[in-house]
Each structure stands twice: as C-alpha cells, then as structure tokens.
Ligand binder design. Structure first.
Ligand code: NDP
Length: 458
C-alpha cells in the first residue's frame, strides 16, 4: 500500500496544471486537481481566448471601412452590440471550460472544485471540506493575478483585465494605465469598438523590451487609430465626478473616463497558499523559485507557468506542465527549452516577434546586420487605408545566423509561429534567401529582403 492518497496533486486548473494532470494520469498516476474559480484558468476564462474573440470583433470595423474600395456598398451603418459580444464570448469560454473538464474526466483525474492549501511537503488541505490529502508530488500551477500599481488615491474606482470582459456596457471613454501587452491590446480593441481611449504610462514609449522599430511603429499605428497617449505620466488621483471618473495625471493633465483599466503587470498567485509550510522558497515578488526542471526548493513540490513569473505565456506553461509529467511519471529525461519563444501582441496591427531585439543583439554580438522593410500591404491599396507592415531581420554578421525577427502587420502572430520553427532549426539569412517566395503575400518580404539596411560593429 502506498503512503500517499494520490501520486500527483495539482493546485490550479489552468493551462499548465490541466496539461500536467492529464499527462500524468495518462501514465497511470493517481491525480487530483483543485480549482477555486473556473476550470481553464486565466487563458481560457479571462485572458488569451476572450481577448482574441474581442480582437476579432474589433477588426470588423476595418473590414467595413475597406469594403467600399473593393466595390461594396454597405447600405446601413453597421451597428455593434456589446452585450451580444459578451454573451457569445461567455458561451464559447463555458464550452471550452467544459472541454477541459471532459479531458480531465476522460483521463480519470479527480477534480476538486475548491481552494487548496499546502500544509506540508506532501500534504494539501481541501478548503471546502477540510480534507487533508497526502500526495507524493505537489504541483503549484496557480498562475497570476493583475496588480494595481501605482496605488494612487481612488484606485478602488478602477478595474483590471479580470473585469473588463464583462462590463455592463461599452465604455464611451476608457482610460488605461500601462503600455504593456494587456494595456495595448485592450486599447486597440476598444478604440475600434468605438470607445475614446487614453493610455498613460510611466515610460516614454510603449512595450519596454521590444525592438525599438516596432515600438515606434505600433505607437504611431495606434495613435492613428485614435488612441491618445500620455507618456512619462501616471495617475496621481482617481475621483468620481458628476461627468464620470476624473483622473489627474502626474503631468497635471485631467482625463474624464467611464472606466479606468489598470494594466500594470501581473503578480504570481502564491499569497496565503501555505508554500512556506513545505519549505518552498519564493522570490521577492512572490514567484515560486524553480530550476530549469520546474523543481522548487522542496523536493516533492514543483511549479509551472505564471506562478514562477518567467515567460508568462500560455504555451510555456503547457509545455512546462507536460514536460514535468513526462519526467515524473513517464521516465523521460527531458526539459523544457525556453530559447527563442515566439510571441505576439494582438493589437491591430499585430506584432509577432521571436529572438533578440536589435539592441540586445548589438550588446551580445560583434557584428550585427539589420534587414528592414516597411511597406503598404496589398490589402490596403484599394481601400486607401493607411496601413504599414514592418519587418525586421537581425543577423549575426559573423555566422549569418538569424538572431531575431520582428513583424508588425496583419496576421503577424500567424507568421511568427512559422518563423519560430525556422529559428528553432537555426535558420541563417542565406536559408531565408534560398526560400522561394509565395506571391503575392506580405510574408514573402521575409525571404526577399536582399539589401542590408545597416551593419553594426563593436
Ligand atoms: P506588462 O509587463 O506587459 O506591462 C506592464 C505595464 O505597466 C508597462 O507599461 C509597465 O511600465 C507598467 N508598470 C509596471 N509597474 C508599474 C508601476 N509601478 N507604475 C507604473 N507603471 C507600471 O504587463 P501586462 O499587465 O500588460 O501583462 C502581463 C503579462 O501577461 C505580460 O507580460 C505577458 O507575459 C502576459 N500577456 C501576454 C499576452 C500575449 O501573449 N499576447 C497578452 C496579455 C498578457 P514599464 O514599461 O515602464 O515597465
């Protein structure tokens, strides 16, 4: 008889936890998974999935506008119904959450709909019924939650990305604090849906850490779409006024809004989880410290996904969770590779990036070659719309190896997924040049950029 009730206790049924639980159970492990909110986690319930649905909704505006140039007459002005979008989104995520549940049931994972707390290196307490479960291994996959920084007076009048999807009505005026992924994706969505959007941030430009060219390109494109920016300024005060929420910025300007979204990052969800009882060390911001194999400082406790605050992306959590289950229960000696992770920002235009920025490459390599193209895509010709595609390839001038690719434009996320494969295989500029183009496409530019734009030598 085993000393344990289960082999694997997973806390958190989000992307990483669900995948790990299913794979472990597939190897015959006895698995229990606890979730205090809804199965699916941030990505499915109030992150990537509903966000992308809203992005699609917002882009119809461009389609309607473009149609005339292609010969269409839209006889009545299109109407948008926010409530219908919210309801349709709710149906879709409920269906997806059900699918996750089915997957767990099918794999014979026991689902516990309750908060679960760590009581020791091998013990988890189910809060709802007080049960103490003895587990051989514990996986912390509790994700993260939005942080409201900085804490200006009146911050209680603001919302986070948790609430924005289900607002009772489309805000006429939306204020956003934060120029990162979340702030910009919502700025882009709501500006297209018809809100007046103002974005403030402490930095002098959006998307810290991204390549300068795409930062500038996206800033200009969003401004062109009607987003108003306040750089180097953050709210000093939020106050309710008869005409709406009045926000005073540190640059002394005032903004009136119907909703204020704070998108200043997310923090790992570890508070009150009892991890100290198992001897699990945390970083200063509450993230679980892990090594490359998702091991914490407690030998029986592991952590994957946003709770480790490394690469806070769904596919990373899934891969880490899968790899861990393969190691613990499948006898596979593998680890999760975090090099060259492709990523997208689902603004309009979209960003797709993989590898190093020009700045990072120039710090690390002696000779860095830059290939850069900026052009008007064919789809914007007849419509007459101002739209630019930007593509940038960063190459090690000594070895010809591609170090980074940065794309701004329609479906950049789709493009970068495929480029990610080439990057994983160590693509060189010569490989790109030797690839036949698909014509006419926007992505053909990636294999037809012959002329170097710049060479930087250290
Ligand atoms: P980000 O880290 O992307 O952006 C945070 C923003 O808040 C930045 O503008 C940052 O400024 C600002 N900020 C941080 N701290 C403060 C502070 N104390 N005072 C004022 N401003 C502050 O976080 P998000 O919330 O946008 O997104 C969280 C994470 O979720 C992302 O990093 C990403 O990993 C993930 N995500 C991924 C998506 C995708 O893949 N498409 C979509 C959405 C989220 P500064 O630049 O100066 O640091």
């Amino acid at each position: 008889m085993s000393d344990f009730d289960v082999d694997f206790f997973v806390i958190g049924a989000g992307s990483g936890g669900v995948r790990s639980a299913r794979i472990a159970a597939g190897y015959g492990a006895r698995v229990m998974i606890a979730e205090e909110f809804r199965i699916g986690g941030t990505c499915v319930i109030r992150g990537c999935v509903p966000k992308k649905l809203y992005v699609y909704a917002s882009r119809f505006v461009d389609e309607f506008a473009d149609a005339a140039g292609f010969g269409w007459t839209i006889s009545q002005p299109p109407q948008f119904d926010w409530r219908r979008l919210v309801e349709s989104k709710e149906k879709e995520i409920t269906w997806l959450s059900g699918l996750y549940r089915k997957g767990l049931d099918g794999a014979k994972v026991e689902i516990v709909e309750s908060r679960a707390l760590v009581e020791g290196p091998n013990e988890v307490r189910i809060v709802n019924d007080g049960r103490l479960v003895r587990a051989k291994y514990i996986l912390v996959a509790t994700g993260g939650e939005p942080t409201k920084l900085p804490n200006a007076p009146g911050i209680e009048h603001t919302i986070t990305s948790n609430e924005i999807f289900d607002l009772p009505e489309l805000p006429k005026r939306l204020f956003i604090l934060g120029g990162g992924y979340i702030g910009l994706e919502f700025a882009s969505v709501f500006a297209r849906l018809g809100s007046e959007v103002t974005v403030a941030m402490r930095a002098d430009n959006i998307l810290r850490g991204f390549d300068e060219d795409v930062r500038v390109g996206l800033r200009d494109a969003l401004a062109h779409a009607g987003v108003k920016f306040h750089f180097s300024a953050v709210p000093a005060l939020y106050e309710k006024a008869p005409e709406g929420l009045r926000i005073t910025l540190t640059d002394s300007s005032h903004i009136l809004a119907d909703q204020a979204l704070v998108a200043t990052g997310r923090r790992p969800h570890t508070s009150g989880l009892g991890l100290e009882k198992a001897g699990v060390e945390l970083r200063e911001n509450g993230a679980v410290k892990v090594d490359a194999l998702s091991r914490t400082s407690a030998p029986s406790v592991f952590a994957v996904g946003d709770v480790t605050d490394m690469d806070n992306l769904t596919p990373v959590a899934i891969r880490e969770g899968h790899t861990l289950a393969d190691r613990l229960f499948g006898g596979k000696d593998i680890s999760c590779d975090h090099e060259n992770i492709p990523t997208a920002v689902f603004t309009t235009p979209e960003l797709g990036v993989v590898g190093l920025t020009e700045q990072a490459a120039r710090e690390r390599f002696d000779i860095v070659d830059i290939y850069r193209a900026s052009f008007r895509p064919m789809r914007a010709t007849l419509s007459g719309r101002e739209e630019k595609v930007l593509m940038k390839i960063i190459v090690d001038g000594k070895t010809d190896k591609v170090l980074g690719i940065h794309i701004m434009g329609h479906e950049a996320g789709e493009m970068i997924q495929l480029i990610g494969i080439a990057m994983k295989m160590g693509v060189t500029k010569a490989d790109l040049d030797a690839t036949m183009a698909v014509h006419p496409t926007a992505s053909e530019e990636l294999v037809t950029m012959r002329t170097r734009t710049a060479r930087h030598e250290r």
